[in-house]
Design a protein around this ligand. Sequence first.
Ligand code: FMN
Length: 247
Amino acid sequence: MAVFLKMFNKTETFLNTHSYRIRIFSYLCPCINNQNMSTMKRNLAIVVAMLVSMAGMAQEVKLPAPNMERQTLSVMQALKQRKSVRQFSSKELTDQELSDLLWAAQGVNRDNGNLTAATAMNRQEIRTYVFTAKDVTLYNPKQNTLTKVADGDHRELMTAGQAFAKTAPVVLLLVADMKKFGSSDEHAKWLMGIDAGIVSENIYIYAAATGMATVARAMMDTKCISSLLKLSEQELPVLNHPVGFEK
Ligand SMILES: Cc1cc2nc3c(=O)[nH]c(=O)nc-3n(C[C@H](O)[C@H](O)[C@H](O)COP(=O)(O)O)c2cc1C
């Protein structure tokens, strides 16, 4: 509702400050008098505000609940199968597979809001972004949703000389939020690297247990990624994980 009202006010102001254009239009259509014109402006403002608020709603997508009954390998078998894979088929992940993958990476696994991945002092400062052929989204573990951050395919930013990285249907990007961690000194950076590594291992083990393929990667175009995601200097891309199925 707030978005709608904000857009309605903005659009009405815009239409009022540009009403000379509408006036030109009214000379061409004599049936539009002053009263018609103000009704027309108001209706237009309502339509624009509705469209913008609907688009805003589409920015947040609910994921299916993680499937706790998924058939997977045992922990011992998954550890036996864990490996880095750099060749991906074009097979896409289903929404359920993506949800389960993100939950395994660092979803909420207890009522107290703690995660499948441990973090130093429980700071939970690692964020997971999802790059696909369609868009870039941010995973919200507490809501089990994806928030759109950018439209379009930006997997190219992950390649940094390793073209295979953009051939995986999904690339997960792990970003450390130093502000959330509460410090950015050398020791803190070290701990954040470990936290990202724990999420990374969760992804590896989940992939091995479910027949998916992945590889942890430090190589990526950090500058362009930071610019695309509008990251501050306190938010550091640490690792990325192409995830898909082995070719
Ligand atoms: C922190 C870290 C960064 C890595 N960065 C890359 C990378 O940028 N590109 C790549 O192809 N592999 C990368 N790897 C994967 C390693 O090369 C791989 O784990 C190693 O060769 C051992 O192979 P394995 O995972 O199959 O046992 C990285 C692994 C880790 C843990």
